[in-house]
Every structure is written in C-alpha cells, then in structure tokens.
Design a binder for this molecule. Structure first.
Ligand code: CO
Length: 184
C-alpha cells in the first residue's frame, strides 16, 4: 500500500478536489488503494484528500447491520456495498435534518454530533465511468454528506456546535502539531 492516511493538520484536507474527466486504470488503482487504507483503519468511508489526492472520489462500505433505521429495519437492501462515488452531486435532499454521531479517520478517537439532511439523492459515476443515482437515508445519507464535504475541503469539526468544538480544541491543536511534526 503506497498511499497513507492524512491526518488533521495536513493542508490538502482543506483543498477543493477536482472533477475526474478520464476513467483510467490509474483511477481504478486509486480506488482500490483507498479501499485498502479505509479497511486497514476500520472506516466506513474515505475521501481522496484523506490519502493526499485531489480527485473528486470517495468510497463507502457500510455493513448490513449498520444500514438500519431506529427499529432495526434494513434501509438499502438493494444497494450493493462497497460503493465508489466519482464526481458525486447531491441533486435533492429532505427538508428534515437529523443529528447523529460522526467520526473521521483523519481525527482518530474524536467524534461529535453533527446535523445532516435525513435523506439525499446523489448522482455519481463509478470507477468505470458508468453513471448511477441513489436515494440514501440513515447512515448512508450521513456518510455521503460527510465524504462530499471532504471533497470541498470541509471537515466535520466545521459543523460541530461551538461548545463541542471548544471541548475538542486542545486535542485538535495537539493532533495538528503532531501531524506537522511527523511530516518533517
Ligand atoms: Co472524514
């Protein structure tokens, strides 16, 4: 595995990723490596910037037992995980929003409640260039919004309440400092 997980403090996490225009073998390799990094870190989603790349690409793999509503009913039995999102666009979303716990592989050990749209319609391509559309709810809708934020240089700490962010401030500073130190 040549790509490494980028932690908070790396400038690339604040960049806006660029549209993919060619569906090459190199793109397929990037996707494969992103899955390797994501699974090695036990994540359910990963955006290209988190491995130091600026393509508009993210991957998601939500286990069936997490793809459920509050009553335990499966939300997306028809969706085959894992999913590859290239040039994703949210085309519609619910008015209703939902608070829920989120973490991020670039912020080890940290989590917070984040408000997201409850449901989203997302259009995207897979790594072969085939177009797809998906109506997502629950954790999948949350993960899509979290990863799409990454492609715009937005991090989940930006969407935390000021109180929660203030509570994390010491740890965030330490993480950013360690990230810079590890890069030297
Ligand atoms: Co993240």
């Amino acid at each position: 595995m040549s790509l490494k997980l980028k932690m908070y403090g790396e400038a690339i996490l604040r960049e806006r990723a660029l549209e993919v225009s060619e569906f090459t073998e190199a793109l397929a390799d990037l996707v494969k490596e992103m899955f390797d990094v994501m699974y090695a870190s036990h994540g359910i989603g990963l955006a290209a910037e988190q491995v130091g790349r600026t393509e508009r690409v993210f991957v998601i793999d939500i286990p069936p037992e997490s793809d459920v509503d509050a009553k335990g009913n499966r939300l997306h039995p028809e969706v085959n995980m894992p999913l590859v999102f290239i040039n994703p666009v949210i085309e519609a979303h619910s008015v209703e929003m939902e608070r829920g716990a989120e973490g991020c592989l670039s912020f080890p050990g940290m989590s917070g409640e984040i408000e997201r749209w409850s449901e989203v319609d997302v259009a995207f391509c897979d790594e072969t260039g085939v177009s797809h559309a998906l109506h997502a709810k629950g954790l999948l809708a949350r993960a899509i919004q979290h990863e799409l934020d990454h492609l715009n240089g937005v991090l989940f700490i930006d969407r935390m309440s000021p109180v929660k962010k203030a509570l994390l401030e010491g740890r965030l500073k330490r993480l950013a400092r360690d990230t810079k130190r590890n890069r030297l």
